[in-house]
Design a protein around this ligand. Structure first.
Ligand code: NAD
Length: 429
């Protein structure tokens, strides 16, 4: 029988099209030359520690039985229990969940929260099912993955199409199955069930905090600085509000309905106050409308993609006239576009740092659950600010040391931390 060589991947990781997992592997390749002696462990980053695929059978309201495919991938747990959201979407694939779990390993290590990386997903279009059906899907999924999750093992959280209510069902199902209420089994819970103050705003606040640091490094005065934001949801909306409060001019915001623009700056609180997500930002009539091409080509100091992945691509990267791009969304810039932005001298604060505010306050939530002692919001925001500033500054230092982009620097710091823990722990048995 052929034994796999050290660099040969198992067949399930090696089909012709690796999808998002392939992008992650490319990123690891870029970092490998900077890992020095730890490079001998790099192969562990290219293989998830554990992949669980589960069947989720559920009785629908009409009495028929539907089956959904669910996943939980634990990419790396050298530094702590797994951490990562659960996504409900009809296009969820194993490759996507594997890549998202790996990016969680990198994100947690990059901002130095003591978690490994994990992610979950169910291939389901939640819009087609009732609340009762979604509750049954959630309870069965958590039961199926129950043997590998727990407050000390792997801690799920909300992601696309999952929310605080779904987290509450997860806590309850885990409690019923184990016979004890351990609220720290998931984060992103409602406040009345062990959730944390500041969690809802945490990601947008983190985006703002690293933006302040980067603007200072780039010699940009935030007062009057022009800011352009894609996404008016949790991340984009909060970030826009905080930049506005700091004296910046948010000149354009875009959502699924289109773009609203005002060269003198939008009245962000009024705009968001009357914003109906279903109807979209264009219906607010808070400014002029722009085409997507015009939106990306706006001259500004700070551009914040905070909506979806793959938004800055070879098609629009060359037209971008921002000085700083802050990635509020996960994976908004393709690797080719990243190279274009870098060649134009645009500073990109990568997602693994820029949007890590969410997982940082999830860490605070988990810590509060262990002690059953809850912190005031000021303390949470203060600690979040400190961790985000430290992460940005240490990444900027590594970038200067090696003359690389902030993204490569964040990967160097993160992979070094993960592999140091790996080496210290050694191999068992
Ligand atoms: P959200 O659902 O609250 O908001 C998403 C926004 O994107 C909405 O305003 C929507 O209209 C807009 N949008 C959708 N399609 C669009 C399109 N085609 N063009 C322009 N805009 C479009 O989501 P969110 O929680 O703000 O998350 C946004 C991104 O940030 C995602 O990539 C998510 O993975 C990432 N992220 C979120 C958190 C968090 O704590 N919420 C943490 C880390 C990363």
């Amino acid at each position: 029988m052929n034994q796999p060589t050290q660099h040969e991947l198992p067949s399930y990781l090696n089909p012709n099209d690796l999808g998002p997992w392939g992008i992650y592997l490319e990123q690891v390749e870029r970092v490998a030359p900077y890992l020095g002696k730890l490079g001998k462990w790099v192969e562990t980053l290219k293989r998830p520690k554990r992949i669980l695929t589960v069947d989720v059978p559920v009785e629908l309201d009409n009495g028929t039985i539907a089956h959904f495919e669910g996943y939980r991938v634990q990419h790396n747990m050298a530094r702590g229990p797994g951490k990562g959201g659960v996504r409900y979407h009809q296009d969820v694939t194993l490759s996507e969940v594997m890549a998202l779990s790996a990016w969680m390993s990198v994100k947690c290590a990059a901002v130095n929260v003591p978690f490994g990386g994990a992610k979950g997903g169910i291939r389901i279009d939640p819009r087609k099912y009732s609340q009762k059906e979604l509750e049954r899907v959630t309870r069965r999924y958590i039961t199926e993955i129950g043997m590998i999750i727990g407050p000390d093992k792997d801690i799920p959280a909300p992601d696309v199409n999952t929310n605080a209510q779904i987290m509450a069902w997860m806590v309850d199902t885990y409690a019923m199955n184990t016979g004890q209420l351990a609220t720290g089994v998931v984060t992103g819970k409602p406040l009345s069930l062990g959730g944390s103050l500041g969690r809802v705003e945490a990601t947008g606040r983190g985006v703002f905090t690293v933006g302040v640091e980067a603007a200072r490094d780039a010699g940009i005065d935030l007062n009057g600085a022009r800011v352009v934001v894609q996404g008016c949801g949790n991340v984009g909306g909060i970030a826009a509000k905080l930049f506005h409060e700091a004296g910046a001019k948010v000149i354009a915001m875009q959502d699924h309905s289109g773009t609203i623009y005002n060269a003198s700056g939008l009245d962000v609180p009024a705009l968001l106050g009357s914003y109906e997500p279903q109807q979209g930002i264009v219906s607010t009539k808070a400014g002029d409308t722009l085409s997507a091409e015009e939106f990306w080509a706006l001259e500004c100091e700070i551009l914040i993609p905070a909506a979806l992945e793959n938004q800055i691509t070879v098609k629009n990267a060359d037209s971008i006239r921002a000085k700083i791009v802050i990635e509020g969304a996960n994976g908004p810039t393709t690797p080719e576009a990243d190279d274009i932005l870098s060649s134009k001298g645009i500073m990109v604060i990568p997602d693994v740092i820029a949007n890590a505010g969410g997982v940082t306050v999830s860490y605070f939530e988990w810590a509060q659950n262990f002690s059953s002692y809850f912190w005031e919001e000021d303390l949470i925001n203060d600690r979040l600010g400190r961790m985000m500033r430290d992460a940005y500054q240490s990444t900027a230092t590594v970038a200067k040391q090696h003359n690389v982009t902030l993204r490569t620097a964040a990967f160097i710091s993160a992979c070094t931390r993960i592999l140091e823990a790996r080496e210290l722990r050694g191999l068992y048995p």
